[in-house]
Design a protein around this ligand. Sequence first.
Ligand code: PLP
Length: 376
Amino acid sequence: MIYLDNAATTPVDGDVLEAMLPYMTNDFGNPQSQHSAGRTAANAVVAARDKIAHISGCMPEEVYFVSGGTEAGNTALKGVCAAHKKGHIVVSALEHPSVTESAEDMRKFGFDLTVVYPDNRGIVSPQSVFKAMREDTVFCAVMAANNEVGTVQPVQAIGDECKKRGIFFYCDCVQSAGCMPFPTAHCDALAFSAHKIYGPKGIGALYVKSGANISRLISGGMQERGFRGGTLNAAAVVGLAAALEKAVGERERNNAHILSLRERFIGRVLSEIEGVRLNGDRELRVPSNANMSFDGCEGENILFLLDLNGIAVSTGSACSAGAVTPSGVLLSMGFSEERAKSAVRFTFGKYNTDKDVDEAVEALKRSVNKIRSVGK
Ligand code: PLP
């Protein structure tokens, strides 16, 4: 298989898995237990928390382990709303559903909601976010990098303005983790997920600035200082820290390699296939992402034909009740339904090669030609 869907998930690296294994077998104790088996697991969790805090530029007690980006987005938004009981929320239209759907949930509970749209490059301007802010705004979310078009957002400026106005700022760093530093000093909360950086699924970290006005979402035992109940998965926590440490250590090398694959791909596709448009700013995007629309094709059909050729990609479209709904992110950038429905997302990873790119381009040419010839 040629895997070009690295924004969806990545494989677990062998050394990350090795670091995790002892906590699933010999050292399986519950980190809450007071006996030595528990303490061994708890010590591993402490070391992982310290590592993540050091890399993120925060204090260990500001790191909370959660199940991933989805739980983090829900916790940040709903936790702040629960603490305030009423008020106004600002979120960008580019946000992951963990934020947009949480905002909708809170709207139903009486909060006011303003959604800020990006420009046609897929960038949310700080001014448009400032304009949306009100006296009673309690929460604002703008992600570091978008998951569909990969565009990088001006989160520092937005976070700094939120700080001035006393608005809680949440930055989803799920897609930027590894390839970009965390904007910790500019946020009240940020999050990342292990499975996007060659770590295990079902584990992520949520940074929450100490003293922030936020309530917990998951009640239970006293795990995570009473903020998030549930027995910690020590093995996954160890995997998360190991994956992050590795990603940061390899950042320059991986970014250069992945960018060169992405540019080779975009260059060839734009010059060798007619009627193709790149979605999202070409420069202001994470190195891995190429999102392109193919005139006269449905993205879903390209996906299926590439899959038959052993190539894994994705579309931003959702299939519900047998009908394809175009990506909300592409529509929010002002694109037509047709352009949005014809989009395919290719996301490159550190294990991809030039050969993968060339084979994918050849298969893509054949697929697009086939679809267009049927449509004539
Ligand atoms: N935020 C972004 C930007 C994402 O891309 C994703 C997953 O694709 C998530 C949040 C959700 O993360 P998780 O899969 O860890 O719940």
